[in-house]
Design a protein around this ligand. Structure first.
Ligand code: HEC
Ligand code: HEC
Length: 373
């Protein structure tokens, strides 16, 4: 009997990874609590493309002094962030914004804090040629490195079926985006509690925090939790007043400056990451709609306990400080979102909300949570 089971066990062991990888490829990695990953029809997933994308994401040769890769600021060991308030690129050059995590970015309908990139593919073009990130003049050095490296030639052939001389930046960013679409993560204590029927998966404090989150604290309005899954973002833009004091005294002057500069073909990526005042205009720089001044994209809250410091400018250090900010009704300013107002939370309620946010940590990143304590 036992002997007859052995081949079955072996078969299962062999087939299991295959099944897992094909379901990953089809975008069906159904981590508990996550909806299917949206895959664009012009960039289907395949295993070679994902492997290629990972290699490109880590490659420091695609920067002016070979010191910076995507992973410099989106470090897999730090939950795909850098732990800094403001990102630092080549020669420690500082930008204006905090590096968001890449985990679950696949669920955003637009990329960057102001949503100026419509897709992960378009987003990936920005950092290479940004003077404060990878610092390249144009994409040609990337394509040169790739065409001279036989490993890349064979990977591009497998991923896209093309020869080295036909590789373009479009292929590079498609591979990176495919890799990013595999960096999704659910299965947190919250997911097991909410969607897995495991009533003991969250602490009593976190359960109280969840209730507050959906009622008195109003977090649910912008960071929604669905019936069968939760991505914790409405994919919209709101003004909480963070960083607004930087622009308030000269607001109209800066607004006029941006309008004129845009008419003349202002380079968005470069300007936003080098000019603090323009950065603080947020969504406005993309749309030029007055009501978008100081609005930023609602970030996901998954793994938020291990991706600090917080907000587009990295100005809020801890989750306790975040809750304090919401409790006082954001930073007062003329464009403040109507959904932001003082909450009058008790000390116990504030602590419960923090416990709930910690329960959104996926098992892959739970080690980082322990490091913090
Ligand atoms: C110098 C640090 C740095 C490097 C290098 C870097 N990034 Fe980023 N990344 C950032 C910052 C800062 C932002 C936010 C910028 C903004 O919103 O204007 C960002 C935003 C993003 C986003 C959008 C996420 C969201 O929440 O909207 C993605 C995806 C991303 N980066 C991927 C990449 C990829 C791919 C590369 C390599 C090609 C890369 N990054 C290189 C710092 C960096
Ligand atoms: C009106 C919409 C809105 C409401 C209500 C709201 N948020 Fe946010 N949240 C946002 C936006 C927009 C940002 C980014 C703002 C910025 O960077 O300037 C944000 C940022 C955050 C961050 C920082 C995440 C990061 O990666 O930097 C945390 C944590 C957070 N919110 C938690 C909460 C909690 C907890 C509540 C309820 C007490 C709440 N939010 C209510 C829209 C909202």
């Amino acid at each position: 009997m036992r002997n007859r089971l052995i081949p079955v066990v072996i078969l299962v062991l062999v087939l299991m990874p295959l099944w897992l990888s094909t379901s990953v490829l089809a975008g069906k990695t159904r981590a508990l609590g996550l909806p299917p990953v949206p895959i664009p029809s012009d960039n289907p997933q395949n295993a070679a493309k994902i492997a290629l994308g990972m290699k490109l994401f880590m490659d420091k040769r695609f920067s002016a002094d070979s010191t910076v890769s995507c992973a410099t600021c989106h470090d897999p060991k730090r939950a795909f962030t850098d732990g800094l308030p403001i990102a630092e690129g080549i020669k420690k050059k500082k930008g204006t914004r905090n590096s968001p995590t890449v985990i679950n970015a696949a669920y955003y309908t637009s990329q960057f804090w102001d949503g100026r990139a419509p897709s992960l593919e378009e987003q990936a073009k920005g950092p290479f040629v940004n003077p404060v990130e990878h610092g390249l003049k144009d994409f040609s050095p990337i394509l040169q490195v790739i065409k001279r490296d036989p490993k890349y030639s064979s990977l591009f052939k497998k991923a896209f079926g093309i020869d080295a001389d036909r590789i373009g930046i479009e292929h590079v960013v498609k591979a990176i985006a495919s890799f990013e679409r595999t960096i999704v993560s659910g299965d947190s204590p919250f997911d097991r509690y909410m969607y897995g029927g495991e009533k003991g998966a969250m602490s009593e404090a976190a359960i109280r925090g969840l209730k507050l989150y959906r009622t008195k604290a109003r977090c649910q309005d912008c960071h929604p939790i669905g019936q069968t899954s939760a991505i914790f973002t409405d994919n919209k833009f709101h003004n909480l007043g963070v960083g607004f004091s930087v622009i308030e005294p000269r607001l109209m002057e800066i607004v006029e400056k941006v309008k004129k500069a845009k008419e003349k073909g202002l380079k968005l990526d470069e300007t936003i990451l080098q000019k603090q005042d323009i950065s603080e205009l947020g969504r406005f720089v993309v749309t030029l709609n007055i009501e978008d001044i100081g609005r930023f994209k609602t970030p996901t809250l998954r793994n938020v306990a291990v991706t600090g410091p917080y907000m587009h400018d990295g100005s809020v250090e801890t989750l306790e400080d975040v809750i304090e900010l919401y409790n006082q009704g954001g930073e007062d300013n003329p464009m403040l979102d109507s959904g932001i107002r003082p909450l009058e939370l008790t000390e116990q309620e504030k602590a419960d909300l923090v416990e709930f946010l910690k329960a959104l940590t996926s098992p892959e990143y739970a080690g980082l949570l322990k490091d913090k304590k």
